[in-house]
Design a protein around this ligand. Structure first.
Ligand SMILES: [Zn+2]
Length: 402
């Protein structure tokens, strides 16, 4: 993989770039829709391309358990299996092992867990995480890490970091395929000395890209951005930086200003299925009674398929009737919103007006819906509360650490 920085923003740490992979190019800053089970729920790859997705993410944990990485390999690899012939990233599986299973045992060797599907027992080691990801064949693969819980004492965060560094080294040593880019993951909790040590050790090992892990796990937004501000400048300039599991459009804009290039988050897709839609002026809860006779589109400024053809009244009806189409139309809109948003960030950067663009967005977001008492949370920020499957590893697992 080749990462090319086209432009550095003159007023911030933001970078405009291009990643060349064996399945084509994606532009950075990039947002990656999440396709957990080798599908972005309710959309086809053609839908995804139409709304501007250049790279998507799939979850190793789920595909390892079902249908199995060896089967995917026999069937021609993940790209072919899911009919997505474009850049693809898989995570290591570690995060989901921690967050979806209560019976997890961590040791130097790896993580022992029981399948949430059939109760079968497995060991996810660094070597296994690489073996699975190499079999599936994504363009970007991630090393196995332990997502440090929050809050964690300095001692706990340090022990967790040492484990991650050991696993990172083993991931690097065990890889066989040269056509995949392996990313290392920076941990260290909320401690700047540990984050610094993490970056130093990973840089020494040398990875194709670097991810910031262990964020958006319950800490405040200010704290998350502080860690990004401190950590991003320590990373190699010429490698992509990926902030895992973050976040709202606000979070992405702020992280871009601090030098982050890649994002993934389940917010746009999960919220779509729950009837929460993103607009320029804030979030819109489609089931609200005031949309029952509303013939306007979700967002008058949006050019997505859903907004071109359907009214709020119709979408509200579909949602209340629990029709499958509700999920699909809402997902098209929310992902289009995210991908347009990140595309506008790139455009603004190219035209040297990034900070003005961000300011304008904030001004728009402060109006209308945001001031509505029914919807006090701005853009799904309440989703930071712990929900299953989000980046909130079981707090119990630090206790089982050796
Ligand atoms: Zn739309």
């Amino acid at each position: 993989m080749q990462f090319e920085i086209i432009k550095k923003d003159s007023t911030s740490d933001a970078r405009l770039g291009r990643c060349h992979t064996s399945h084509g190019i994606f532009h950075t800053p990039a947002f990656m829709p999440v396709g957990t089970q080798a599908t972005v729920k309710s959309l086809t790859p053609e839908d995804l391309r139409e709304i501007g997705a250049e790279i998507i993410l799939s979850n190793t944990y789920h595909l390892f358990l079902r249908p199995g990485h060896e089967r995917i390999q026999r069937l021609g690899g993940l790209h072919r299996f899911m009919h997505w012939d474009h850049p693809l990233l898989t995570d290591s599986g570690g995060f989901q092992v921690f967050s979806l299973n209560s019976l997890v045992k961590i040791s130097e060797e790896g993580v022992q867990f029981q399948s949430h599907i059939d109760g079968s027992r497995h060991l996810l080691s660094p070597e296994k995480a690489i073996e699975i990801q190499e079999a599936m064949g994504a363009d970007i693969i991630m090393s196995l890490d332990e997502c440090t819980p929050y809050p964690a004492s300095h001692g706990e965060a340090e022990r967790s970091l040492e484990l991650t560094l050991n696993w990172s080294r083993r991931c690097k040593d065990s890889r066989r395929r040269e056509d995949q880019a392996l990313f290392g993951i920076v941990q260290g909790g909320m401690y700047s000395d540990l984050r610094k040590r993490s970056v130093g050790a990973l840089r020494e090992m040398g990875f194709a890209g670097y991810a910031l892990g262990g964020l958006s796990v319950g800490e405040s937004k200010e704290m998350m951005l502080e860690v990004v501000s401190q950590t991003a400048p320590l990373l190699p300039w010429d490698r992509p930086r990926y902030l895992m599991g973050v976040g709202t459009p606000f979070d992405m804009a702020q992280a871009v200003l601090r030098g982050v290039d890649m994002f993934d988050c389940v917010l746009p897709t999960r919220n779509a299925r729950n009837g929460m839609l993103f607009t320029r002026s804030g979030r819109l809860v489609i089931k609200n009674a005031r949309y029952a006779d509303d013939d306007s589109s979700i967002d008058p400024g949006c050019s997505c398929y859903t907004c071109r053809h359907y009214s709020r009244a119709y979408l509200r009806h579909l949602y209340l009737a629990e029709e499958i189409l509700a999920m699909r139309l809402n997902t098209i809109h929310n992902l289009h919103f995210y991908l347009t948003f990140i595309g506008e960030i790139r455009q603004a950067m190219a035209e040297e007006r990034l900070k003005d663009w961000v300011k304008t967005c904030y001004a728009q977001w402060n109006s209308e819906e945001e001031n509505n008492a029914e919807q006090p949370d701005r853009w799904g920020s309440s989703s930071r509360k712990k929900t299953p499957g989000k980046r909130n590893p079981s707090p119990a697992r630090s206790a089982s650490m050796k």
